[in-house]
Design a protein around this ligand. Sequence first.
Ligand code: ATP
Length: 289
Amino acid sequence: MIKFENVDVVYPNGFRGLNDINLEIHQGEFVAIIGLSGAGKSTLIRAVNGLVPYTNGTLTVGDTVVDPRNKSKLRKLRSKVGMIFQQFNNVGRISVLNNVLIGRSAFTPTWRSLIGWYGSHDREVAFQSLERVGIVEKSYNRAAALSGGQQQRVAIARVLAQDPEVILADEPVASLDPPTARKVLGDLRTIQRDLGITCVVNMHHLDLARDYADRIIGMRNGEVVFDGATQDATEDVIADVYQRPRSADDATQVQGGAGLREDAENATEADLNGPVTGSGNDSERKDIA
Ligand SMILES: Nc1ncnc2c1ncn2[C@@H]1O[C@H](COP(=O)(O)OP(=O)(O)OP(=O)(O)O)[C@@H](O)[C@H]1O
């Protein structure tokens, strides 16, 4: 589905962000990318939708070769490859519904999307997307008035409204408190399972990667140094990826009540414990014990 063949990224200043990446990510997988800051996680994810142009090798998504120089091909690719960012990228002053409708732009003539004129089918898709992430009742609220977790769900709904084959998420929960982070990852996991959408997610926190991903790709200095099933990402493997033993900072910690947002307060026990994964091992969830 997503195939990297000998892919390099050399930035304009000569820095090698990716070095000879060879990877195949299959349709419907939930893959976590882990590694120290600067390891190349964002570069890898952004290369997939052409946000960062690769400079050597071949990168394909389905039948499409990613070609960052071909703008119309890139636009077409991005309509199938949704992207979620750490800072949500919502338009704060407009409604939640209108933010999600932006995801329908690829299906709407430009002049109509510019004036926000979407048809009833588009609105229906937008409502369904909001329902899937549990915030349909917020449809007419201003996006800026929502909590961080809710704003990230708006971003997920917008991507869903695109009817994507792939969701790329660049540190999607890094700005959220741990219980909310788990709720948002739980939503992504459910979407991946129910709709068969491939999810590739950068994560700083190992425990989240272990609890939510099918597969972990470990990066160091622009290279893939581990690629395997989540249950095979042992402590030794992790120590090798990070070049040091695992520390408390690598796990998410549940903070005191004062820091919790509305989402976290409403989280059910199941949300806080995350989904049961193939690697499901309660001892791995010590961060929330
Ligand atoms: N535009 C750029 N020009 C030059 N170097 C860059 C550019 N963008 C990123 N880099 C470098 O490429 C390396 C990989 O960066 P990248 O953002 O992919 O790492 P990361 O693993 O996602 O880190 P973090 O977890 O801190 O976001 C870093 O050393 C970074 O400084």
